[in-house]
Design a protein around this ligand. Structure first.
Ligand code: BTN
Length: 251
């Protein structure tokens, strides 16, 4: 069903399609040791029976309606302390894709949820394998809602719900991969500052007040940026505080 990706240099030149699996991230991890699993390999399925999300959540996606896949990257140029940059390029590649689809009010909710009109259209789960303090390989799992138009979660959306149009999963897959590769190549060329600048430009609620919860305490604050390891910086009544993913919740 999914062909080799055409307009890329290396991403998606090897596509492993399975009609069903538990999780493409898990399947990608089992393929990682094989010599045939070159950088840019994509594992994609029509149906995940145990899709995984961030913070131990599950990822639910109706079969054959959405894109659920994992990219295998070998970003050995990235020290482990800089792993957040992979989050930045993946989220920006998805943002570029959604922009090309002419959606409005597309934002990245830190660290890597894609929102359209404040509803979640895409989630990313990146799992890294570290060797000698660099990222020897990275499994970038992407769940992008395309044609599904009924969700149990109230804040979920899809391309179809946003535009009313119908979409071909394989065509959108081809287009998305070229945007993801373009952003990844910028990272490989060392354009970190430019990428971070673009990320902050589209960050949900940046420089706007919002309510947060940390360690069961609710507080008001304003997101002012991310630090060099990707932690969220929030200006609060007691000054700028820094949070990692497990420490903060948006209310
Ligand atoms: C999140 O927002 O919580 C992240 C969701 C990531 C879902 C994708 S779907 C493909 C890949 N395989 C998984 O099991 N999860 C990711």
């Amino acid at each position: 069903m999914y062909k080799t990706v055409e307009h890329t240099l290396f991403l998606g030149k090897n596509v492993v399609f399975v009609p069903e699996c538990s999780s493409t991230n898990d399947l990608a991890a089992t393929l990682l040791p094989l010599a045939s699993t070159v950088e840019g390999t994509i594992v994609i399925t029509n149906h995940q029976t145990a899709g995984r999300g961030q913070r131990g959540n599950t990822w639910q996606a109706a079969p054959v309606q959405n894109l659920t896949f994992s990219l295998i990257l070998k970003p050995a140029f990235l020290p482990v302390k800089d792993q957040f940059h992979l989050t930045v390029v993946t989220a920006l590649g998805l943002h570029d894709f959604l922009k090309a689809k002419r959606l409005e009010r597309i934002q990245i909710k830190w660290p890597n949820d894609l929102l359209v009109n404040e509803r979640k259209i895409c989630g990313i789960l990146i799992e890294n394998q570290v060797q000698n303090n660099v990222l020897a390989s990275s499994i970038v799992g992407i769940g992008l809602n395309i044609r599904q138009d009924i969700f149990t979660l109230p804040n979920a959306t899809s391309l179809k719900l946003e535009t009313g149009k119908d979409y071909s999963l394989s065509d959108e897959f081809q287009l998305l991969l070229s945007f993801l590769e373009a952003r990844y190549l910028l990272l490989r060329q060392g354009k970190r500052n430019e990428l971070l600048h673009d990320y902050l430009q589209v960050l949900y609620r940046i420089n706007k007040g919002h309510s947060f919860r940390s360690k069961e305490i609710d507080f008001e604050g304003t997101i002012v940026g991310v630090d060099d390891i990707g932690r969220l910086q929030i200006n609060t009544a007691s000054g700028v505080r820094t949070f990692d993913l497990k420490e903060i919740q948006y209310l």
